[in-house]
Design a protein around this ligand. Sequence first.
Ligand code: GAP
Length: 436
Amino acid sequence: MSPPPTDVMEAVVNLCKRRGFVFPSAEIYGGFRSTYDYGPLGVLMLRNVKDAWWRSMVQLRDDVVGLDAAILSHPKVWEASGHLATFADPLVDCRHCKERWRADHIEGACPGCGSTDLTDARPFNLMFKTYVGPVEDEANVAYLRPETAQGMFVNFMNVLQTSRKRPPFGIAQQGKSFRNEITPGNFVFRTREFEQMELEYFVPPADGPRWFEYWCAERFRWYTELGIPEDQLRLRPHEPEELSHYSTGTSDVEFLFPWGWGELEGVANRTDFDLKAHATTSGERLEYFDQASGERYVPHVIEPAAGATRSMMAFLIAAFDTDEVGGEPRTVLRLHPRLAPYKVAVLPLSKKDTLTPLARQVLAQLQPHFLCEYDETQSIGRRYRRQDEIGTPCCVTVDFDTLEDKAVTVRDRDSTEQVRVPIESLVDELGGRLRL
Ligand code: GAP
């Protein structure tokens, strides 16, 4: 039976710290304002989330190419995009305890001290501003990007000309974005430094609505394919007053977090807003010329914009489970094999010298194919539990019979079933099970 939701959140945060997924940043100095560091397992899992996205958005398609644009960005980019003028949250101060809050996140009273003596809301721009070079003046201002999207728009002509794509086609990008959030929180759900995975998909203007529907369905499917149950996901269309300044329609893919529904990804119809804005501000032509029809137009853009760090957290929560094995309670992360930090753990039954060389041989045979962990300390039962807890789909045990029969035991994380497999067919057997 699964634990109640509030306990799940606490248990997942605990597990992340204890097993090396996510650490509070600069913990030896008391942590640093809702920033987090990704540990040995977290770095593997986050990479797997991003690779699964890249596989689906770039590798399995022939109409999407990649980009990795600079994080430090020209102020003109954010002037044109509208972020300098409008990328702001309403901020209120509590006159009693001096804390600051997002006005739309509180209900008339300070969540810190309960006082209702609050200032009027005023806009607070969320972009991190810095200076490029040694002189800190207005001429040297730069911004850390608050979204990866603008890199795709300002490089539209570069990509169009070098990739020889034509609409409908997309540019995909993953990477860090920065927002000076007023109230970060809920672990890595809302942080000031986070990773995004965004696609800008350029289409002939008349086809915008059709592609919007396509990407909503496609992105919903991606989360379910990677193991989030459908009843913990929903597509929620934005109300007109919720829409961003650039969007004529947005639907969020939402996950049922332990505290309620929360956004994983926004799919927006950005129309020709961004290309036109950058064309006006830069004086460059940002258009597509269709040689066959002689038609020239500014493509419309459908944007599925996801959070990598936020999705990783949702995958962890959805995978978290507890059950009983052999009368003992166990914690198990039922992660999709593609997302699991390690795919295989190689476990010699005992630390005896007789088993180690063969176990290391098996490890070396598997390493070119799968990310493996090798663990030879503690009882085999405890080592299985450790692997279950970090979501390793398969354990391979090398025992004394292996010396004779050249076979190993493969144990399945979810069913705990064990089968004997000849070493020579181990790569194929694991490949078939993992379906990476
Ligand atoms: N280019 C459009 C855009 O950036 P967004 O809805 O503001 O849209 C897209 O961001 C996704 O980025 C969100 O759905 C969320 O997953 C992630 N994200 C946004 N702000 C975040 C934050 N402060 N912390 C973690 N993830 C965040």
